[in-house]
Ligand binder design. Structure first.
Ligand code: GUN
Length: 281
């Protein structure tokens, strides 16, 4: 079998175009504020891409940049101002934060109604309880891609490789909510290859370059690769050995151009959802 390539760039563009069309009909521009602390270069690239995509879709978007020496109290004061600002619908605190600031404290300080990252414990709890709320962008993007790939989710054996707060755990909740039979596997899982091979839907989110080999992939599986890893040679690779996996899978996402572009599109979707929910009271 040679896998169909799931084109995340194209799906993300479609989603951004639909969001822009909806925003064009609104009497206001949904407001997104990204808070960046310090000079992590990768964060600089992410934040610029977010700003650009948000502005192109018609959002009122801005980045607040704090120095690397900013204290936790200073960051919390900025977040409190944004919480209180009626023009702001979505707040994203870019991670990682410098060591003097606790990420949990920053995440918990964001008004859950403006938490477009879906990281606040209240939103994580809502997701776990099957209640509506703001959902983390990357797992949400994966669900869009699975639907786009025509995946039959009800009753399907889904395996999530990775148990992070940002991807693995919410991913498993979303798949469960779509009636998959979900396994969460991780670095301590016994016989990981065999667990992966049983999956009809395999979502890899461990951050280990090309860890998932071709013979870990079941014939006809749908493979979603969340990993973005840079090799010693400077090449971007996923958590899945793409060519090997593509010879067995029915459909697979590439890296780059798979899940990555969906994350920003879903951030914009969350910001529009948050704006509409807040304004409806
Ligand atoms: N850093 C890398 N990815 C993300 C993300 O999705 N959200 C935030 N806030 N920071 C990140």
């Amino acid at each position: 079998m040679t896998a169909r390539i799931i084109d995340g760039k194209q799906v993300a563009e479609g989603l951004r175009t639909r969001l822009a069309a909806r925003i064009a009909t609104l009497p206001f521009r949904p407001g997104l504020r990204v808070v960046r602390v310090g000079d992590d270069p990768a964060s600089g690239v992410y934040v610029r891409n977010k700003d650009r995509a948000a502005a192109a879709a018609g959002f009122d978007s801005a980045t607040l940049h704090l120095p690397p020496t900013a204290t936790e109290a200073e960051l919390l004061a900025v977040i409190a101002e944004l919480n209180a600002d009626p023009a702001v619908d979505g707040i994203l605190v870019q991670l990682p934060l410098p060591p003097q600031i606790r990420a949990e404290a920053a995440i918990a300080a964001v008004d859950p109604a403006k938490d477009v990252d879906g990281f606040h414990p209240l939103n994580a709890g809502r997701l776990a309880a099957g209640q509506p709320g703001l959902v983390p962008c990357t797992p949400k993007g994966v669900m869009h891609l699975l639907r786009e790939a025509g995946a039959r989710l009800r009753g399907a054996r889904a395996l999530v490789l990775g148990r992070s707060q940002i991807v693995g755990r919410p991913m498993a909740q979303l798949l469960l909510g779509a009636d998959c039979t979900v396994t969460i596997a991780h670095s301590r899982t016994r016989d990981l290859a065999a667990e992966c091979r049983r999956a009809e839907i395999l979502v890899a989110a461990v951050g280990r370059p090309e860890m998932v080999r071709g013979d870990w992939v079941g014939e006809g599986a749908i493979v979603i690769d969340v990993g973005i890893n840079r090799t010693a040679e400077g090449k971007l690779v996923g958590d899945v050995a793409f060519a090997e996996a593509a010879s067995r899978a029915a459909a697979i996402t590439p890296v780059p151009g798979g899940v990555g572009p969906m994350t920003i599109a879903c951030l914009l979707e969350n910001t529009l959802d948050a704006a509409l929910a807040r304004r409806q009271g």
